[in-house]
Design a protein around this ligand. Structure first.
Ligand code: HGY
Ligand code: MN
Ligand code: MN
Ligand code: MN
Length: 412
């Protein structure tokens, strides 16, 4: 009977609750925007836990946080596990945090079990995965892998006109003396634990998901420019009503993105009307598009029509369309998946294979090193919502499979 790496379910749950205190919302959720004070506090909490165990903690030019446990051969690239600590504005306690805390729990359990691994093992917290404050998201992982230039991320501006560069400098200034690595380095393999953010595992009654791949996503920012004018005196022939043009665009895009098998995920998440006065014709509308599909050809076919569809409904206004994010679908690495299956057998948990509807940092890591993901159920599949919830025993099952898979890969 093999001795399993001793994951401590209680300790893992307690760390989730401690982390969820940072940015806690009244209805049980969390608001911890990327590169905010809250983000800085969550990073320093994680760094403190790591230093208490004698692990070294370093950062890099986009603010990723790396916790290092040496291997027997320090010349080998690390096997890495992690996710993100930033959240949606009305986010939950587990999206992202579970991936970081499960990786940390696995590292501590491997350490406490005195297990030597050839490769070093690292826990990582990637900067700005959500892309809610600064677009696009997955800043830390896509800058680390070179998929998106660092400068593009640092130039991003939030709604208050603060650049990601300044917000990052403020966070790093609270971590004086934390060693800074160059951006990007070889990684032997990457694993990410995450709540499923969908209903499949819970409906199947299976505690662990082996993620086969991630669907593609494309994001657009649309700005419609009209003229502010008096609501009562301006006849239709003189109106340049930005709202009227914007809603025709959204209605036309909904028609474009509609498909019978419900495989296109189309969302207008932000829709801002200015000046927002009841008796002034809107002079400007800003809205965002997030759409996803598992097939690269459909992602291209539909995404390439967004510009023409918007322009066909612009009327007397003008429109600027910017594609802010474009991530192709990706399949995860067969050897990493095999290591996760072996780990699940060792742990003795049932698994279900499933694709990821959500985008994750692992998608960018898969472009540069063998990567994989482990899902656990969340209550009714709810996420990006304060009601997001998960069971301590499921989090522990995910962490157990992660720990065994890390040990397998770090000794391969
Ligand atoms: O948008 C996403 O898919 C990720 O959860 N941030
Ligand atoms: Mn996430
Ligand atoms: Mn998320
Ligand atoms: Mn993710």
């Amino acid at each position: 009977m093999t001795t399993l790496i001793p994951i401590d379910q209680g300790r893992l749950w307690k760390r989730h609750m401690a982390m969820a205190q940072i940015g806690a919302l009244p209805n049980g959720g969390v608001n911890r925007p990327a590169l905010s004070q809250g983000d800085a506090q969550s990073r320093s909490l994680l760094a403190r836990w790591a230093e208490e165990l004698g692990f070294s903690v370093e950062t890099d030019p986009i603010g990723n946080l790396f916790i290092h446990r040496p291997g027997t051969d320090e010349t080998l690239p690390p096997v890495m596990a992690g996710s993100h600590l930033d959240t949606q504005p009305t986010g939950g306690k587990f999206d992202g945090a579970f991936g970081v805390l499960a990786a940390f729990e696995a590292l501590q359990a491997i350490h406490e079990a005195g297990i030597a691994t050839r490769h070093p093992i690292e826990v990582v917290s990637w900067t700005n995965e959500e892309g809610s404050r600064f677009q696009p998201g997955c800043s830390g992982s896509s800058a680390f892998t070179g998929a998106v230039p660092l400068e593009q991320h640092l130039e991003a501006v939030d709604r208050d006109g603060i650049t990601a560069r300044d917000a990052l400098a403020a966070v790093l200034s609270t971590e004086r003396g934390m060693p800074m690595r160059p951006l990007g380095f070889p990684v032997a393999a990457f694993l990410e634990c995450h709540i499923e953010q969908g209903p499949k595992l819970e409906e199947a009654g299976v505690p662990v998901g082996i993620v086969t791949g991630i669907q593609g996503s494309r994001w657009f920012a649309i700005e419609v420019q009209g003229d502010e004018a008096h609501a009562g005196t301006t006849p239709r022939r003189n109106r340049r009503d930005a709202l009227s043009a914007a809603i025709s665009m959204v209605a036309a895009l909904e028609r474009l993105m509609f498909d019978e098998e419900d495989r296109v995920r189309f969302t207008v998440g932000r829709f801002e009307v200015s000046p927002g006065s009841p008796n002034t014709i809107p002079g400007r509308v800003f809205f965002t598009i997030d759409f996803r599909h598992p097939e690269a050809s459909t992602l291209k076919r539909l995404g390439d029509q967004v510009d023409a569809v918007c322009r066909a409904h612009v009327g007397p206004c003008s429109v600027t369309i910017t594609e802010t994010f474009h991530s192709l679908p990706a399949d995860f690495d067969a050897n990493v998946i095999a290591a996760m299956r072996k780990a699940a057998d060792l742990v003795g948990v049932r698994t279900l294979d499933l694709p990821s509807g959500a985008l994750h940092d692992a998608k960018f890591l898969q472009e540069v090193c063998p990567s994989g993901m482990i899902f656990v159920p969340c209550e009714k599949g709810i996420s990006h919502n304060e009601a997001e919830n998960a069971k301590p025993e499921d989090l522990a099952s995910g962490a157990r499979v992660l720990a065994e898979a890390l040990a397998i890969l770090a000794n391969s």
